[in-house]
Design a binder for this molecule. Structure first.
Ligand SMILES: Cc1cc2nc3c(=O)[nH]c(=O)nc-3n(C[C@H](O)[C@H](O)[C@H](O)COP(=O)(O)OP(=O)(O)OC[C@H]3O[C@@H](n4cnc5c(N)ncnc54)[C@H](O)[C@@H]3O)c2cc1C
Length: 502
């Protein structure tokens, strides 16, 4: 068993982890752990962009209003204020750090528009490859920072607790059992979309941070709020490729296999209605036996210029959006809930921080406004980095325990368990939920957890994350934001402003 010691330990290499590591390294040594490579993250996949009030006629106040409206009375007003006020500065800093965002000939940001934003405020790069540009920029900063040591193929298994504080983690570093002792541990492990059969999330998004924190009795909240992106490319892949909202923003419409443009009579914003409204409408079409398509044919030449990445991924699958309809389905995309933190990313376990999608800062409430999550990652990572430098060094910690990385004895059984979890979650805890479905999911997930083969540590995180979602969804007897129960199809005043803490 190896033991390492660091001042700051950052787990995860998405926007939140990379930014935290980069900024904290100016004040102390950082060890950055990531499960696969530095670029394996949801961040690298982000297409649409980063929302920030940078355009003429826009303001943090307008951005604040849109964010609160999407959050359906569950946002933390102060956290939202922090997000929208500090956001523009963080985006400009990222540009100064080398991010090549798309610009107008005047040098101003070329801004896009997305659903439920009252203004054009989406900063993007290379058309639709914003996340890759953010990751490239931050990875190059991290690589250039002398104070950061990076360990790839390093998967955190659990926290180490001592006298009610987090003093580091147990990890499998390239298969070797490794204990890392740190003055501060920052979980930036991203979301858990892999708990669903249809998801846009990369295979690393197995909810590790939620499960690891839950096992250590750290408070999580709002886990029932999962955002389903309405338009993933409907293919038999995992993850599904995303067709960004920005495509609808540019005028593409949704039609069923009879050519009916069904969103028009369901919402005044039609295809640009909030994501949950559009996702439900598509699922209802599917349940009625229809296939659903995005019709972007009228964008013709604009498509290639504005969405080169999406064009390439469609064409790789034999679809040319300039001539063909694009088959789409909703898919699990983002988890609004997570580890409850304050405005500096502190969890309720001393010396444990959480940032990015794994955290619940309160900026998203019941539903995330499109393109607010990269922004949240940047804004709160900066706050975490500024806060942790003030944390005193740890005193003595106990000698390392004797343990080994459990060996996965039956990979086939673990895969079957993961596939079953994903099916159950899609059917019973997906876009449209009921009490009966959720109860049945709860029973089945418990049984799966009980029977997991030895060494299935990632599947354990998946099934525990799934159970947290289901528990939250059972408790919340109403519909709000990303959580919809057909047995309680409306928001109820008794639940306004209330959170399910787990
Ligand atoms: C296809 C797609 C498109 C999107 N488009 C947008 C967009 O346009 N705008 C926007 O704002 N948001 C978008 N999002 C959401 C956004 O990308 C994510 O919410 C955000 O990038 C999360 O950043 P993060 O740093 O918290 O986590 P991630 O970027 O997911 O990074 C998590 C990191 O933690 C690592 N990790 C996980 N578990 C462990 C473990 N046990 N041990 C070690 N490492 C671990 C992972 O390998 C990864 O490196 C999109 C998401 C997807 C999937």
């Amino acid at each position: 068993m190896n033991r390492l010691r660091t001042r700051f330990l950052v787990v995860g290499s998405g926007v939140a982890g990379l930014h935290t590591a980069w900024r904290a390294s100016e004040k102390g040594n950082v060890l950055l752990l990531t499960k696969r490579s530095l670029f394996d993250s949801a961040t690298s996949y982000a297409q649409g962009g980063i929302a920030a009030a940078l355009g003429a006629g826009d303001s943090p106040e307008l951005h604040r209003r849109d964010t609160l409206a999407a959050g359906a009375a569950l946002c933390d007003a102060t956290a939202v204020e922090v997000l929208v006020e500090e956001g523009p500065t963080r985006v400009r800093e990222l540009q100064a750090a080398g991010a090549r965002f798309d610009l107008e000939p005047t040098g101003r940001f070329r801004l896009g528009r997305e659903a439920a934003h009252s203004r054009k405020r989406i900063v993007h790069a290379h058309g639709d490859q914003t996340g890759a540009e953010v990751a490239r920029t931050l990875v190059s900063r991290v690589r250039r920072s002398r104070g950061i040591k990076v360990l790839e193929k390093a998967r955190v298994l659990d926290l180490i607790l001592h006298r009610g504080r987090c003093v580091g983690v147990r990890a499998s570093v390239q298969g070797e059992a490794t204990e890392i002792v740190a003055d501060v541990t920052v979980l930036a492990t991203g979301g858990g979309g892999q708990a669903y059969r249809y998801t846009t999330n990369p295979v690393v998004a197995t909810g590790d941070g939620y499960a690891i924190a839950h096992r250590a009795d750290v408070t999580l909240s709002d886990m029932e709020f999962v955002q389903f992106h309405p338009t993933a490319l409907d293919t038999p892949e995992n993850p599904l490729a995303l067709i960004s909202e920005a495509v609808r923003g540019e005028g593409a419409t949704l039609v069923n296999d009879r050519g009916v443009r069904f969103m028009r009579k369901l919402h005044k914003l039609a295809e640009l209605a909030p994501r949950d409204v559009v996702a439900r409408a598509i699922v209802r079409q599917q349940r009625a036996g229809h296939n659903v398509f995005l019709d972007a044919r009228k964008l013709s030449s604009t498509f290639a210029r504005r969405f080169p990445g999406i064009l390439a991924l469609c064409r790789a699958r034999g679809i040319d959006p300039r001539q063909d309809l694009i088959p789409v389905t909703p898919a699990a995309h983002y988890m609004m809930g997570g580890i409850v933190t304050d405005l500096c990313g502190r969890s309720d376990l001393e010396r444990l921080y959480a940032v990015g999608e794994v955290s619940r800062t309160g900026v998203h409430g019941a539903n995330r406004l499109a393109s607010n999550s990269l922004l949240e990652g940047l804004v709160f990572a900066e706050r975490v980095a500024r806060d942790i430098v003030g944390i005193a060094e740890l005193g003595a910690v106990p000698a390392p325990g004797k343990w080994r990385v459990p060996v996965l004895v039956d990979r086939g059984a673990a895969q079957v368990a993961a596939d079953t979890i994903r099916e159950i979650m899609w059917r019973d805890a997906g876009v449209i939920r009921t009490a009966a479905g959720l109860r049945s999911a709860q029973r089945q997930l418990r049984e799966i957890e009980r029977r997991l083969p030895v060494g299935a540590t990632e599947e354990l995180n998946l099934v525990q994350t799934a159970q947290l979602v289901v528990e939250g969804a059972i408790a919340r007897k109403e519909s709000r934001g990303g959580h919809y129960r057909s047995d309680f199809p409306r928001a109820r005043s008794a639940w306004r402003g209330k959170h399910v803490e787990l």
